[in-house]
Design a protein around this ligand. Sequence first.
Ligand SMILES: Nc1nc2c(ncn2[C@@H]2O[C@H](COP(=O)(O)OP(=O)(O)OP(=O)(O)O)[C@@H](O)[C@H]2O)c(=O)[nH]1
Ligand SMILES: [Mg+2]
Length: 437
Amino acid sequence: MWTAHQESTDYVHTHMPIDVDEARIWVKAGDGGNGVVSFRREKFVPFGGPDGGDGGRGGSVYLVARQGISTLLDFTHQRTFKAERGGHGRGARQHGKAGVDLELAVPPGTHVASEAGLSADLLRPGDRVMVARGGRGGLGNTHFATSTQRTPRIAQKGEPGEERTLQLELKTIAQAALIGEPNAGKSSLLAATSSAKPQIGDYPFTTLSPNLGVAEAPGDMEQVFVLADVPGLIAGAHTGAGLGHRFLRHVERAPILVHVVDASRPDVMDAYHVVRSELEAYKPELTEKPEIVVANKLDLPNAREGLIHLREGLPNRVVIGTSTVTNEGIPTLLDAVANALRNLPRPEEPDGGVRVYRMDTTEDDGFVVKTVEPGVYRVQGKRVERLVAMTDLASDEGTDHLQKQLERLGVFDALERAGVQVGDTVTIGEWETEWGL
Ligand SMILES: Nc1nc2c(ncn2[C@@H]2O[C@H](COP(=O)(O)OP(=O)(O)OP(=O)(O)O)[C@@H](O)[C@H]2O)c(=O)[nH]1
Ligand SMILES: [Mg+2]
C-alpha cells in the first residue's frame, strides 16, 4: 500500500536571485464616493426632510513586506496601481460602501521614497506602510439641514484619493556580504556554505546580480545567517567601472564583510587594497564594518604563501584560508562569521514596525495667492483645492457653501490684500469664478 509521502518544505535553504532591485511605480488611492441629495418620500408628505447618505471612503494603497518575495520584478510588468473608489451615498440615509484597500507585496528590505517626502523602510515580513490615503466620502444632504434651510439641495463630492509616484529600492538584507575582486571565488564560497546554486565560472563577472544563500554554522543549528554574494569589484567600481557601484548598495546593509582574495595570485595585498579603496571611495563607513578576510583557492600552488602574506599584511584581521575544492577552512569560516555576528552591538530594532523617516503632511491648511496676470488670480493649497474638488460646482447651493468655507479659511481676505477687483478672475483647482461683491 502506498502512503502519502509529504516532502518537507525547507524554507531556509533557498536560492534567491535578485534580478530587479529598483522600480518606479505610480499609486492612486480610491476617491471617496459622493454624498447624495435626496428627500424622504412618505405618503401624504410631498416633500419630506433630507435623507441623502454619505459616500464611502476610497480604498488606500499599502505596501507590505512579504516573506518569499525577493525581487521587485513584479513592478516591471505593472507600474500603475489604483485602489477602489468609495461607493456613492443613496437615499434613505444609505451610505456608500468603502472602497477596498490595495496591498502591494514587496520583498523584505524594500525602501520606498516619494518626492513629496515619504520615506520608509520595510525591513521585515509583515511591515506595512500606507503610501496613498483613500479620499473621505462626501457628506449627503442630511448634514446640511439647518433651522433656516430644511430642504438642503447640497451634498459633497468625495475627496480625491492621494496619488504619487514611488521609488522602490531593494536593499539586500544579509548578515554577511561576500566581497572581492572578480574570480576570487565568492560564488563558489556561497555554494560551499549554503544550498544556493550561483553561477560559477573561470572568467570575471560571472555573477551579474547579487545572490543570497542561507548558511548554518557547524555544530550550532541555531546560528543561521544569510550570506550575500555580489558581483566582483574592480578599480573604479565606484565611478561605474565594471558592474559599478550599483551593487555596493547591497553591501551597505550587511553588518559583516567577508572579503575573499584569490590566495594563489602573487599580489594578494594589492588585490585586497583595490577592493578596500573602492569601498572607501563609495562610502567610507563601509570600511568600518567588521571584516573577515578569506584566502581562497588554498589547494592551488603558492596559495599558502598568499595566506601568509595576507596574515602578515593584515595583523588586525582574522584571515582564514579556504578551498572550495577540498572544503578546507569552510567550517572555520562559518564559525568566524557566526562569532562576529554574536559580537555585533545589538542592532537598534525598529520597535515592531516600519521605520518611517519622513511623511508628508496631508493636512496642509496653507495656501498662496498668485497673480497669474493682471486681473487673474490663482489660489493654491492642498486644503482649498480639496474643498473645490469636493464641491458640486454645478449646484448654486454647493458653490455658496464652498464660498463660505473659503471665507472662513481667510482666502477672500488674502485675495483682497493681493488687490483683487470686481470683475477679476479667480481660480482654485478646477473652479474659475468672477470676483463679485
Ligand atoms: N582551485 C580552486 N578554484 C576555485 C576555488 N574557488 C573558486 N575557484 C574557481 O575560481 C573561478 C571563479 O570562481 P567564482 O566563484 O565564480 O568567482 P567569483 O568571485 O564569484 O567571480 P565573479 O562572480 O566573476 O566576481 C571558478 O573557475 C571556480 O571554479 C578554490 O578554492 N580552488
Ligand atoms: Mg561570482
